[in-house]
Write a protein that binds this ligand. Structure first.
Ligand code: ZN
Length: 304
């Protein structure tokens, strides 16, 4: 079992779409980046560069927003971050000519395709990760998020909504190299029709439509084509959380448990982890083989 190497894109990837909240057209270009760059966002229209780290995020509940502290923001980065994490891309520069990552179809699938087409290439640097050594958790208003020690990387999430279109959904997943793409990446963002007017009045969800979100009205799903997975809602929460966790700056070895958690709590969880020096350590990753292809892990022994 060899040491895993950092990865970047083999070429450039491009897409164009509208921002979910700003409602404006945005062009996005993904570029390869040197080892140890991490994921860096650039706004070409504002001449700003922001590293994709939890320390650069704002207190935003509905999406994950980066800020340079001087008024320049980059919104709705979480689905792209999930695609980069799920594709095991360590280093990339994301260029945007507007204030928000395009929402595309509301999932991470279009970004997975972009990354696949650009290609993924190994680099001459060891792949590092953060290993959880002790349980860390945060909670607020009946929601909670936790990181627990684990040999590999796994996530579980539970949601409970009054709407019978969603109700209670609980899903646990151990990530291997394919599971993000097949089990999670196509899950779309969702919202309730009764919240749309309030969000629009607050200047949010201006680009939202049935083309980029599952919209629930009472107990009914309004999208003509229905759902992509029977439990698409909880799968999207796992997608969001993976994207938020990648703001640690490297993969995490451990188990994430979310209970009705959201972007704000996920950010507080990373804050709590890094504020507890004996709860984590840095480690290097080993290369997955065909038999035991956990997405990332520290040791060669498979975890249950
Ligand atoms: Zn989302």
């Amino acid at each position: 079992m060899g040491i895993a190497l950092q990865q970047t894109l083999g070429g450039v990837g491009r897409c164009r779409g509208i921002g979910l909240h700003c409602g404006q057209p945005v062009a996005m270009t993904l570029h390869p980046a040197p080892p140890n760059t991490g994921i860096v966002f650039r706004r070409t229209d504002a001449g700003a560069e922001i590293r994709a780290r939890w320390t650069s995020t704002t207190e935003s509940a509905l999406s994950t927003v980066l800020s340079n502290g001087e008024g320049i923001q980059i919104g709705t980065i979480e689905h792209l971050m999930a695609a980069l994490a799920g594709s095991q891309v360590d280093n990339a520069v994301v260029e945007l000519d507007g204030p928000e990552v395009p929402i595309m179809d509301g999932s991470a699938a279009p970004f997975m395709l972009m990354i696949e087409r650009a290609g993924i290439v190994p680099q001459d640097a060891v792949r590092r990760a953060f290993k959880v050594l002790k349980p860390v958790w945060v909670s607020a208003n009946g929601a909670s998020a936790a990181l627990l020690p684990e040999h590999g990387f796994s996530m579980s999430f539970e949601i409970d909504f009054a709407s019978r279109a969603i109700s209670r959904q609980d899903l646990s997943i151990v990530f291997d190299s394919d599971s993000f793409k097949s089990e999670i990446s196509r899950a779309r963002t969702f919202g309730f029709l009764h919240e749309v007017d309030r969000m629009r009045a607050a200047g949010l969800a201006r680009g939202g439509s049935l083309d980029n979100a599952v919209v629930v009205s009472g107990d009914t799903i309004l999208n003509e084509g229905g759902l992509r997975y029977a439990d698409e809602f909880v799968r999207h929460k796992l997608l969001d959380s993976l994207g938020d966790l990648y703001l640690a700056g490297a993969p995490i070895i451990g188990h994430f448990r979310g209970l009705r958690s959201g972007h704000l709590l996920n950010r507080k969880l990373l804050e709590a982890l890094f504020a507890t020096p004996d709860a984590w350590c840095k480690t290097t990753l080993s290369r997955a083989d065909a038999v035991d292809s956990l997405m990332w892990r520290e040791r060669s022994r498979a975890s249950a």
